[in-house]
Design a protein around this ligand. Structure first.
Ligand code: PLP
Length: 387
């Protein structure tokens, strides 16, 4: 029913929503910025500049509220990857600090921490794919008093297993130890708000918005301990020949002219989702994902987890890249390979995994077509294997 909202949804069964969601006409809209107030923000003392600044700041307010934060707690970035790089740099981490992160995470939530010069300990998942809370507690007990800062960073919904982590329990546990919490919300921001979390990262293109825009939300009280990530125009209080000082708050992290149109379109995406209802989207996708899981099993695949919000990642007897490519040739869009989480995927299958992921615009017909095509693809690969 919703497919008609999405102009690019034509002649395809699109089950690659964990990579990028499609963008509805309502979000693409008319590009008001270029049509009506094409000017730079926060520096141009004229009406167009004022209108552009107002639109950009209104976007900040709406998107921050959508994430469970205040406007003065949201920094615009390019995407989740940049948000986590920004955070790990701005915290100015050293070996006096430690980051606890599941080793199963997306590379975007592993590599920035490895590059940050802090200590790292990896967390395990239990048999259900959830962060092992007992291990987390034992680790926090063992580390108590050793480090200046302890940061727990995890994806609320994993991009491989689609498992929804019990983030409130993790928050309560870690807060009792004075640790800081970063949630990688790339896969989950459509469905959840994060008031109470110290740091949250997400991307516009996974929430029905444009590419090239994302956000890092930071609780106001933490800004004091952060150093700028990139320096230049737009973030300066005063510059003398040999010294300079920075303005405070999110603007300190938005050097140069930002993605103004991206912010405005992302605001529209948040409003669009709110209108549909985040809970409704979550419940619908969960029930469709169950059907997707059955389709995978019927076609001879092996889902890697029993749970999964909107994602079913699976093995077959065949190479994941071959399965995904052949499905693509039949107009069924899925991902195959290491899925940007190589340690985790290799630990399950050296040949990679196939990931199918639904959105609220998918329907049972999509699942039935997927099942049929997956059976055909597996039959074809079986034939070429036995030749
Ligand atoms: N974190 C998770 C859980 C993801 O699924 C992704 C993308 O798939 C990212 C981070 C990186 O997002 P982006 O490529 O938009 O920076």
């Amino acid at each position: 029913m919703y497919k008609s909202y999405f102009p690019a949804y034509r002649d395809i069964v699109y089950l690659d929503n964990a990579a990028t969601t499609m963008t509805p006409v309502e979000v693409i809209g008319e590009n008001n910025y270029y049509l009506y107030f094409n000017a730079n923000i926060h520096r141009s003392p004229h009406e167009l500049g004022q209108k552009a600044s107002n639109a950009y700041e209104e976007a900040r307010t709406v998107i921050a509220e959508f994430a469970g934060f205040k406007a003065n707690e949201l920094i615009f970035t390019r995407n989740t990857t940049e948000s986590i790089n920004l955070l790990s740099n701005a915290l100015d981490l050293s070996t006096k600090d430690i980051v606890l992160v599941p080793w199963t995470e997306h590379h975007a939530n592993l590599l920035p921490w490895r590059h940050a010069g802090c200590d790292i300990e990896y967390l395990d998942l239990d048999d259900e794919g959830e962060i092992d809370l007992m291990q987390l507690k034992r680790t926090l007990d063992r580390l108590r008093g050793i480090y200046h800062r302890t940061i727990i960073s995890f994806a609320h919904i994993g991009n491989i297993n689609g498992v929804v982590q019990p983030y409130k329990k993790i928050l309560t546990l870690t807060k009792a130890y004075g640790a800081l919490v970063h949630v990688d919300a790339a896969q989950s921001i459509v469905k959840f708000k994060y008031s109470g979390v110290d740091f949250v990262s997400f991307s516009g293109h996974k929430l029905y918005g444009p590419t090239g825009i994302g956000a890092l939300c930071i609780k106001e009280k933490h800004f004091k301990q952060l150093k700028p990530y990139q320096v230049g125009g737009g973030i300066i209080a005063e510059v003398k020949k040999h010294t300079h000082s920075f303005i405070e708050g999110p603007a300190m992290f938005e050097a140069g002219t930002p993605n103004i149109t991206g912010a405005i379109q992302l605001q529209r995406a948040c409003e669009f989702i709110e209108k549909l209802g985040r809970k409704t989207i979550f419940e619908y996708e969960k029930s469709l994902t169950n059907k997707l899981k059955h389709a995978v099993i019927t076609a001879g695949g092996y889902p890697i987890t029993a749970k999964g919000a909107n994602i079913v990642t699976f093995k077959t007897e065949y190479h994941a890249g071959d399965v995904a490519t052949l499905l693509g040739g039949k107009n069924v869009a899925v991902r195959g390979g290491m899925l940007c989480a190589e340690p985790y995927v290799r630990s399950i299958d050296e040949n990679g995994l196939v990931r199918a992921s639904v959105s609220f615009y998918n329907d049972e017909l999509d699942i039935a077509t997927f099942e049929k095509r997956l059976i055909e693809v597996c039959q074809r690969l079986k034939k070429s294997k036995t030749k």
